[in-house]
Design a protein. Sequence first.
Lengths: 137, 205
Amino acid sequence: MYDFDEFEPVLHRDSDSLYVINFWATWCKPCVKELAYFDQLETQFKGEKIKVILVSLDFEENIETQVKPFLLKKNIRSEVMVMDDANSTEWLEKVDPSWSGTIPATVIYSKKGRSFYEKEFTKEEINKLVRSHLNKL
Amino acid sequence: MKTLKFTLFLAVILFGAINFAFTAEGGYQVGDKVADFSLKNTDGNMYSLANIADQKGAIVVFTCNHCPYAKLYEQRIMDLNTKYAALGYPVIAINANDPVQEPEDSFEEMVKRSHQKGYEFPYLFDAAQDVYPVFGATRTPHSFVISKRGDDFYVEYIGAIDDNTKDGSKANNKYVEDAVDALLKGKKPEVSFTKAVGCGIKAKK
């Protein structure tokens, strides 16, 4: 469980890798649908410098009862963090000024640049997008 | 030369299209005049700004039945109406979700919900999905405080109801209440724009 200040460094890691940060929640249907596509990225691009972090915006009281059982059931292997911070106007802006607050939302960054997507992805779309970002590394 | 002219012509058209797209996507900014709309209420009647012509303003909330965030705020939306309708700022709730993607948000389910919960405010259905983009609503709940000046209504506040989704009593800032309280005193809201996490409004595919 993180508040935004604790979580923020994850958005600014200085390494040679490509970071794919997906914001989701168990209550968000489109997020749940695309979560597996994000989870397969590290396998899909095995041997390449990619790190996937799935940031759940579920409430703290639902971690044990909903988030953990969900991750087990879906066999999610990527790193998962749960973030809950009441000061949403401020932290949504810090993730990306254009973010209106809906999920799913995804940040993809590396030393070569940063992109923000407030949208739903298909498996093909995210694979293609990550490929193009990896090619720039 | 002909080609150049044609390219320029295309560029102008494209620029116009992009410009339009941005405006449409952006929706209202604080200070904008509210365009009239006509949407079906759960009582079967059409509802428009004419229905609040004798009010000081309104608290327009884009919400829905299915979204956990909207559910968490439901009682607070009802309480806002209880507190502020008498003071000239009634709640107007609008559901804009595509019921094909969220069957719980169909008009029939809206009618049921409003009866079950005893809504004392209109719960309108943006069936054609042409009102929520004008407001620039993206999520549920997403609130817009509007106030009347002359014959028109203007946007005074856009954003979250308060800053504690789970428990309104623990909120440090009750944005909508603060905005309406300020307007009732003849002042402008100190905070006129906030953001919050919410369920995305489901556009028709």
